[in-house]
Design a protein around this ligand. Structure first.
Ligand SMILES: Nc1ncnc2c1ncn2[C@@H]1O[C@H](COP(=O)(O)OP(=O)(O)O)[C@@H](O)[C@H]1O
Ligand SMILES: [Mg+2]
Length: 232
């Protein structure tokens, strides 16, 4: 299981003459194996935080330890390898490749791992089964509902067995019933497989499934959500 530690974590972007600070000296400890929801108004830095933890982007300053490792200072190639092994990323709009079947989409992340065909097949099959979508393995994304597409995307995120799953509004485009199914699936991945999960959401139902909810406002964690959040 993998834990995360952020100390005075800061991210700044330069936009012409102005500096934007989506993350402002953030302190956060995520215990190994926990399932946390992350809420906050649009523009509060949620995606920025996920991207830093995923090693997709680097902090401007501060410390970021994932599983005790200072990922902010790894070389590009080591960071890419680390990411392929440790991180599964789930998006609001699934990002499946339209010309590949569900099976082939899930297989994609394994192609950079040195595995036999047989082992690769076994892993894809297991991921599809865990995500509850094995019966649709030969369907193309356009032949699937949104909820089914998200299951395929989750299978793809877990196929390399990463200990850390990051999801950016995974139920944002789904109806209530499909959302509930996806939230149950995420909880199962946390409870049964010990994955550490950080889920960005606007969907208050997520907080019923997560162990705790973090609230981000203007790049800082707050204990009480502000007006905008409460009435969203
Ligand atoms: N690559 C970037 N370049 C410049 N500004 C960015 C970049 N990424 C995010 N921002 C800015 O940082 C702020 C926080 O963005 P983001 O983390 O996407 O917020 P959220 O996911 O909470 O809606 C926004 O003001 C956004 O415009
Ligand atoms: Mg976002």
């Amino acid at each position: 299981m993998i834990g995360i530690e952020c100390r005075a974590l800061t991210k700044k972007f330069m936009k012409g003459e102005t500096t934007i600070t989506p993350l402002d000296s953030l302190d956060l400890v995520i215990e190994p194996g926990s399932f946390l929801a992350l809420m906050g108004p649009s523009g509060s830095g949620k995606t920025t935080l996920l991207n830093l933890i995923a090693g997709i982007d680097r902090p401007t300053s501060g410390e970021l330890l994932v599983d005790g490792l200072d990922i902010a200072h790894l070389s590009r190639s080591r960071l890419a390898r680390w990411r392929a092994e440790k991180v599964g990323y789930i998006f609001q709009l699934y990002h499946l490749v339209p010309v590949l079947t569900a099976y082939e989409n899930v297989e994609l992340p394994l192609l950079i791992h040195p595995l036999s065909r047989k082992e690769r097949h076994a892993r894809v099959q297991r991921a599809l089964e865990l995500a509850g979508i094995a019966d649709r393995h030969d369907h193309y994304p356009r032949q699937l509902s949104g909820g089914q597409e998200q299951r395929v995307a989750i299978a793809r995120a877990i196929v390399a067995d990463p200990p850390l799953l990051l999801a950016d509004e995974p139920t944002g485009d789904l109806d209530r019933e499909s959302s509930t199914a996806i939230l149950k699936l995420l909880r199962k991945l946390s409870e049964d497989l010990g994955k550490t999960l950080l889920v960005v959401t606007h969907d208050i139902a997520t907080t019923d499934y997560a162990q705790a909810t973090l609230h981000l406002e203007k790049g800082r964690l707050v204990t009480e959500p502000g007006e905008e959040q409460r009435h969203a």
